[in-house]
Design a protein around this ligand. Structure first.
Ligand code: ATR
Length: 262
């Protein structure tokens, strides 16, 4: 029987998830149908329940519903608990399970570039949901030190306070975007600056080996500066594919190779 999947969001037209999951299905021989599902802001919870009552096999959740999906779940993975956001849902034994695959998607995308995370020091720009979602998988992939730099310093400090006890073997530090300095293996832009067309300025006192922009398909001052410095860089399409592959593997028990789809 054809397994039914959906991605739920508002808006939802822009989602690439159906084409990705159909490509994975073709590669792995899984019989599935994956659709976009729009939900009005007050209809999210009902729409999820209805989908699973009608034997939906799994659902992805996108903006602006990831925190509400987190609150709706009966069971959560460790990384979803730390992210406080859920992008992947499924039902098992009558219980709604939730996971967050964004961080593993980022880690897989970085590994596909052959950038090492083992014993790495990482600087993450931004302290919103996008940052929160990737900390634990980066730690599991070997990050030894993670500095979270944010325009609003107090938000970075709060995130560090919140998460340090969950990752005791990794040093988490907070700083302001105006205090950037030091040497890092990797800098990740998890701010929404590229999405809104804003400029980020990286000072000369900041040095790094690799640069990853979470957004994709937008002009990015962050990538421009990596290019100017001759630093290897990538943008977020690999992460998007990576999070989709991780969700696919949870639902279908088979993990397609990221390199075949980027
Ligand atoms: P998301 O869930 O995508 O992380 P968010 O919670 O709205 O979205 O967070 C957006 C992040 O981008 C924040 O860290 C924000 O900084 P503030 O906390 O100071 O608002 C950051 N951000 C957005 N626009 C920015 C800009 N022009 N320069 C620097 N940081 C910016």
């Amino acid at each position: 029987m054809t397994k039914q999947f959906a991605v739920i969001g508002n808006p939802i037209e822009q989602s690439r998830s159906p084409e990705l999951h159909h490509a994975f299905a073709k590669k792995t021989g899984i019989d599935l149908n994956y659709v976009k599902r729009f939900a009005e802001l007050n209809e999210f919870e009902n729409s999820v329940q209805e989908f699973f009552q009608n034997n939906g096999a799994g659902m992805n959740v996108t903006v602006p519903f990831k925190e509400r999906a987190f609150n709706l779940c009966d069971e959560l993975t460790a990384r979803a608990k730390i992210a406080k956001a859920v992008n992947t849902l499924w039902k098992k034994d009558g219980k709604l399970h939730g996971d967050n695959t964004d961080g593993q998607g980022l880690v897989d995308a970085i590994h596909a570039l052959d950038w090492s995370l083992d014993e790495s020091s990482i600087l993450i720009l931004g302290a919103g949901g996008a940052t929160r979602g990737v900390i634990y998988p980066l730690v599991q992939a070997g990050a030894k030190k993670i500095v979270i730099a944010n325009r609003t310093l107090s938000r970075a400090e709060q995130l560090v306070n919140d998460l340090q006890s969950a990752v005791p073997t990794t040093t988490l530090l907070a700083c302001g975007l105006d205090q950037l300095q030091g040497q890092f293996d990797l800098v990740i832009n998890a701010t929404s600056a590229s999405l809104t067309g804003d400029t980020l300025t990286l000072p000369d006192a900041l040095q790094f080996k690799y640069a990853y922009e979470m957004a994709y398909g937008k002009p990015s001052s962050f990538i421009d500066q990596a290019k100017q410095r001759g630093v290897p860089y990538a943008e977020g399409y690999g992460m998007l594919v990576g999070q989709a592959i991780e969700a696919f593997s949870i639902w279908n028990g088979i993990k397609p190779a990221l390199k075949d789809f980027i």
